[in-house]
Design a binder for this molecule. Structure first.
Ligand code: S0N
Length: 290
């Protein structure tokens, strides 16, 4: 079965990707790379000495990198990961937590990771979390808002909020409940336990678990499989899969895709052309399909 699939669709290369730094913006807290000739961008949280905890600057840089990857029409998939093998991300940097949220030195406190979560959710390209080590606290929420999660066998998942006096009652709760079910989500939040990669796979938190030394190879292979499929189909499916949960914002995203496609049709163009030519539009040649 798989063999005949490959005969028709071709094998996906298992070669290592060759990464090129895409850091025109001179990042300090992240590494931003693109795979040469591949359509894959990779954003790496680069604070391994803090288990890749994010501070406001880290989040601002991630937002800029995701914006770049969105705007770059050669990019079709984005990988989000953490530097090293000990952590994907350990959430907000607790040393910088103030009564107003997280604050960079001499700056105002904020919870800008919430903006990043929304950005990933609405980004019209798949985002894959590539997780080695701890994905905990706000780092766990980040992997959950990604479209897919590929975990190394050393990955550990959990929410720590109730232990350190915080919680994510937004996507951190609702997406989790959708992913693993309401009972298990309550367990994960109320008890604040940690779960192994294989437990996370059984719970439906991650797509697959691979040996640590094959994590990037496997993730890149998933990217390549996605990239050979229709970008428009992928774009619309992402918004469709999110639409119900995201309410009006989800419908707006989905409907925006319909508008995109409509603009490319003769029928859509007729209205604009007629306006520009100062004549009444003639939609009579377009069928009213059943
Ligand atoms: C990740 C853990 C389990 C790793 O344990 P391990 O391997 O034993 O390493 P450690 O020795 O503990 O850590 C190594 C060094 O890294 C520092 N460090 C680790 N995590 C953080 C962190 N989150 N903030 C600051 N520093 C961190 C350690 O201090 C240590 O440093 P040194 O070597 O100098 O001693 C373990 O480290 C762990 O449990 N970490 C804390 C996890 C955690 O509780 N995270 C925060 C959870 N909350 C959020 O993420 C909130 C997110 C948020 O912004 C938000 C969003 C929406 C709504 C609300 C909020 C909100 O603010 O609450």
């Amino acid at each position: 079965m798989r063999d005949s699939y490959h005969r028709i669709h071709g094998q996906v290369s298992t070669a290592e990707a060759s990464w090129k730094i895409a850091d025109e913006q001179q990042f300090t807290d992240i590494i931003y790379e693109k795979a040469v000739g591949e359509g894959i961008a990779k954003i790496t949280i680069n604070r391994p000495e803090r288990r890749n905890a994010f501070r406001p600057l880290t989040v601002k840089e991630m937002i800029r990198a995701f914006d770049d990857a969105r705007d770059d029409t050669s990019i079709g998939v984005i990988i989000l990961t953490g530097k090293g093998t000990q952590a994907f991300c350990s959430g907000g940097d607790q040393a910088l937590r103030t009564k107003d949220g997280y604050a960079d030195p001499n700056d105002t406190g904020r919870l800008n990771v919430l903006d990043l979560q929304v950005q990933i959710r609405r980004l019209p390209k798949p985002v894959i979390a590539m997780v080695a080590g701890y994905a905990v606290g706000g780092g766990h929420v980040l992997h959950m808002v990604c479209d897919l999660t590929i975990a190394a066998d050393n990955a550990v998942f959990g929410q720590t909020g109730p232990k350190v006096g915080s919680f994510d009652g937004g996507y951190g709760s609702s997406i989790m409940s959708r992913l693993i079910g309401p009972k298990k989500a309550r367990e994960m939040w109320f008890l604040a336990r940690f779960y192994s990669a294989s437990e996370a796979e059984r719970m439906g938190l991650v797509n697959t678990v691979v040996p640590l030394d094959r994590l990037e190879q496997e993730t890149v292979q998933w990217c390549r499989e996605i990239l050979r499929n229709s970008p428009t189909a992928i774009r619309i499916l992402k918004s469709a899969l999110n639409a119900v949960d995201d309410g009006h914002a989800g419908l707006q995203e989905l409907a925006g895709n319909a508008t995109h496609i409509f603009y490319r049709t003769e029928e859509g163009n007729e209205g604009k052309t007629a306006y520009m030519e100062r004549r009444p539009p003639d939609f009579s040649r377009f069928p009213r399909l059943p």
